[in-house]
Design a binder for this molecule. Structure first.
Ligand SMILES: CC(=O)SCCNC(=O)CCNC(=O)[C@H](O)C(C)(C)COP(=O)(O)OP(=O)(O)OC[C@H]1O[C@@H](n2cnc3c(N)ncnc32)[C@H](O)[C@@H]1OP(=O)(O)O
Ligand SMILES: O=CC(=O)O
Ligand SMILES: [Mg+2]
Length: 520
């Protein structure tokens, strides 16, 4: 069977019969229309990111924007939340793999975020088969027979949210009028085209998580995309809902503005703590007084991360919006009772901190953590959410609170750990797996980004290690090469790529961009 493509659109990848059901001429025409309308603005916004980075490289610091003071001072609220997004106490996340989708929807969590972003390696097969899986999940026909086991949906399942790729990631297999289509519009467009009406008929809606934004103008672009999609698909204005991940240091200064831009479409904010740390390092990379200690020491308990989380809670609640917490990397440990108990204890402490601060829900990485997180939020959040709780209402967060790095040193073990985990993760990503357990922790693209950005920052500034030795380029090379050698020849390609992303000048924007060139 040959594929009829809309005028001007080409696909440079093989298409299976099953994928043809997603890549229909009508759905692709919708994607092409989104591209033609919005690609110019996307490109301008990426150029604005570069200009902002140049100012930060020259020594500027992020601050609250003077030109949007009226938005911060104004008395407005987001549109009322749909019923199925009022109580989001526990949200599980995972890649768009068929088994994971079924397991996550059955996990007992209130919400499942199906991820085309940090947890997915964006191979063509992952991206398009992920859409097949989501279509079947929405229609409740999803089923998998594997290893002698049948997977299908329980009667009661989680509410489905989808995270498309960020504004920066191309979908290299699709061109419109000779230009590459970007992943955000491809993932969003296909999902909303195939599922919006079906979701509404089933009492839910087209709901999204929006990643990695750096300004309210990027949120405005998503809002305009939503408006246009609603008009095209005959949906009532405000049907599409987006929860924005505050996971860049710049977005932390524009939380009110982001909610305002999306106010008809907003379902709140989330603290994407991993990319937030990556963004802090990346944006302030040239500034010697902003060096972070070992990755493991930048926990949610440190002042700068507490300021970020509490500001998200205060901002959201003032606007009638939920403030969802973030992800703890701990997952159940098989075959070691003590380590397993310690992992559960870490998650319990993290979720208790979030619920006590006033978050309206949290993320877990594994079905084994759903019960624990639910118990914590049931105990500390008796209402469906904490929007009216008044928690953090009197808080004052300054720019310095968000920008002051935590105390703590850089150690040889910290350098080695970043190299080891970064290479292992990248090797898995290059093989098509975007989320993997490493040293009993869940790791995804954001881990690798933090790791290589730290390695770059520590090398660039020649930090002094805790034991007094300066991290010279020679010592850095020695530690890197030693860790890479320990992993063995099977990791050579990943090690080479990881090294480039941890040393190139200036620091590369995203390791997934050069990585994507190597993906099928
Ligand atoms: C920074 C951020 O962006 S965080 C958000 C993005 N990251 C993620 O979403 C990562 C989510 N987590 C995962 O992908 C997985 O937990 C992993 C890859 C880390 C570990 O997965 P596994 O190696 O399969 O773990 P494990 O063997 O313990 O799994 C046991 C069962 O739970 C299932 N499972 C594990 N994690 C999940 C999940 N997040 N969603 C659904 N099912 C899951 C497995 O499929 C397996 O099912 P089975 O018994 O039917 O075969
Ligand atoms: O996407 C979530 C994060 O922490 O990064
Ligand atoms: Mg992230």
């Amino acid at each position: 069977m040959t594929q009829t493509l809309p005028a001007g659109l080409t696909i440079t990848a093989p298409i299976t019969d099953a994928q043809r059901e997603i890549l229909t001429p009508e759905a692709l025409a919708f994607v092409a229309d989104l591209h033609r309308r919005f690609e110019g603005r996307r490109r301008d916004l990426m150029a604005a990111r570069e200009a902002r980075q140049a100012a930060l490289d020259a020594g500027a610091l992020p601050d609250f924007l003077p030109e949007t003071q009226n938005v911060r001072d104004g008395d407005w609220r987001i549109s009322p939340l749909p019923d199925d997004l009022k109580d989001r106490r526990v949200e599980i996340t995972g890649p768009v793999d068929r088994k994971m989708i079924i397991n996550a929807l059955n996990s007992g969590a209130r919400v499942f975020m199906a991820d085309f972003e940090d947890a997915s390696s964006p191979t063509w097969a992952n991206c398009v088969d992920g859409q097949i899986n989501l279509r079947d999940a929405v229609r409740r026909t999803i089923r998998l027979d594997t290893n002698g086991k049948t997977y299908q949906l329980n009667q009661k399942t989680a509410v489905l949210l989808v995270r498309p790729r960020g504004w920066h990631l191309p979908e290299k297999h699709v061109q419109v009028d000779g230009e590459t289509v970007y992943g955000a519009l491809f993932d969003f467009g296909l999902y909303v085209w195939h599922n919006a009406q079906e979701l509404l008929a089933r009492g839910s809606g087209p709901y999204f998580y929006l990643p990695k934004m750096e300004s309210h103008l990027e949120a405005r672009l998503w809002n305009d995309v939503f408006n246009h999609a609603e008009e095209t698909l005959g949906l009532t204005r405000g049907t599409i809902k987006g929860t924005v991940l505050i996971e860049t240091i710049l977005a932390a200064f524009e939380m009110d503005e982001i909610l305002f831009e999306l106010r008809e479409h907003s379902a709140g904010l989330n603290c994407g703590r991993w990319d937030y740390i990556f963004s802090y390092i990346k944006k302030l990379r040239t500034q010697p007084d902003r060096i972070l200690p070992d990755r493991a020491k930048v926990s949610m308990a440190v002042p700068m991360m507490q300021a970020y989380s509490k500001l998200a809670i205060q901002t959201c609640h003032r606007r009638g919006a939920p403030a969802i917490g973030g992800m703890s990397a701990f997952i159940p440990v098989k075959g070691d009772e003590a380590k397993n108990a310690a992992a559960f204890e870490q998650v319990r402490l993290d979720k208790e901190r979030e619920a006590t601060n006033g978050h309206d829900g949290t993320w877990v990485a594994h079905p084994g953590m759903v019960e624990l997180a639910t118990e914590v939020f049931d105990r500390l959040m008796p209402e469906p959410n904490q929007i009216g709780s008044g928690k953090q209402a009197d808080l004052t967060v300054t720019a310095a609170d968000l920008l002051t790095p935590p105390d703590g040193s850089v150690t040889e073990a910290g350098v080695r750990m970043n190299v080891n985990v970064g290479i292992q993760y990248l090797a898995a990503w290059l093989r098509g797996s975007g989320a993997v357990p490493i040293h009993n922790l869940m790791e995804d693209a954001a881990t690798a980004e933090i790791s290589r950005a730290q390695l770059w920052q520590w090398r660039h500034h020649g930090v002094t290690l805790e034991d007094g030795r300066p991290l010279t380029p020679e010592l850095w090379d020695e530690l890197f090469d030693d860790e890479a050698a320990r992993l063995g020849e099977g990791y050579a390609d990943a090690a080479r790529l990881f090294r480039t992303t941890a040393t190139g000048t200036p620091l590369m924007d995203f390791l997934t961009l050069p990585g994507y060139e190597a993906l099928a």
